[in-house]
Design a protein around this ligand. Structure first.
Ligand code: KIV
Ligand code: NA
Length: 271
């Protein structure tokens, strides 16, 4: 069983992948991946939006519950969707708590900034483990003007390092660093005891995370810092086209897929 405390003491790199449904989560868990993130990237992947902004608490609750039913060993982290936190403190904590109480998440992840330090502290105090997330935070796409690399000048890099320290001090059990220079990620990793988990942040983090659709090759597009380790989309296309052809040519279903009930000899036939 992976625990939030266990991640800190690990020697080997931490492995983390997203999953948004029970069947995928079962494969991820059985492969021994340490952390399953029910990411709000479900907006771009499973739900077909062109950003994460439309994802709702109901979406994350339902998907997290499905993933949690399938996972036996990995830590299940639910991503808090756009505007489910950061408005009112009490509402943020209640929303996070709901993902533990009603969807069986082990922890939540929050896209972090100066406004989430106290929220992280409050959640941690009441027993909700928080994974922080700095660098590129896709819920801010409209403010950032695109999904661009963050922390690329001295000032921005120093701000990320300061925020990383502040979230560690507030109790975050891990920190995702997304799309930042690898030397910045290395510096943050060095400065913190909290484990860092990188995506597009180089090899010096304490762990790595990717979107499962990218890893298995399910999506049509994946970011340049990702790698396709498989071609599931190609295999799905082949299987589905073969099924279509088999039905259209009458080759499926065959006799072995059907059943004749002898007792029905007298079934009425119009001719
Ligand atoms: O939603 C997501 O998949 C994420 C990871 C990329 C860290 O936030
Ligand atoms: Na996310």
């Amino acid at each position: 069983m992976t625990t939030t405390r266990g991640l800190r003491d690990r020697e080997e790199p931490i492995t983390m992948l997203t999953a948004y449904d029970a069947q995928t989560a079962a494969v991820v868990d059985e492969a021994g991946i340490d952390v399953v993130l029910v990411g709000d990237s479900m907006g771009n992947t499973a739900l077909g939006y062109d950003s994460t902004l439309p994802v709702t608490m109901a979406d994350v609750r339902s998907r997290t519950a499905a993933v949690a039913r399938a996972v036996e060993d990995a830590l299940v982290v639910a991503d808090m969707p756009f505007l489910s936190f950061g408005l009112e403190e009490a509402e943020s904590v209640r929303n996070a708590g709901e993902l533990l109480k009603e969807a069986d998440a082990d922890a939540v992840k929050i896209e972090s900034g100066p406004h989430t330090v106290e929220t992280t502290r409050r959640m941690t105090e009441v027993g909700i483990p928080v994974m922080a997330h700095l660098g590129l935070t896709p819920q801010h796409v409209n403010r950032l003007g695109g999904y661009t690399r963050q922390g690329t000048d001295e000032e921005a890099a120093a701000e990320i390092l300061d925020l990383a320290r502040a979230h560690e001090e507030a109790g975050a059990f891990a920190l995702v660093l997304e799309h930042v220079p690898s030397n910045l990620a290395a510096a943050v990793t060095e400065a913190l005891e909290t484990p860092t988990i990188g995506i597009g942040a180089g090899a010096d983090c304490d762990g790595q995370v990717l979107v499962v659709d990218d890893v298995i090759g399910l999506g049509e597009w994946s970011p340049p810092f990702s790698r396709q380790f498989g071609d599931v989309r190609g295999e799905m296309e082949r299987a589905i086209e073969d099924y279509r052809d088999a039905v259209e040519t009458g080759e499926f279903p065959g006799e072995e897929h059907a059943h004749v009930e002898e007792d029905l000899e007298d079934v009425y036939r119009p001719d």
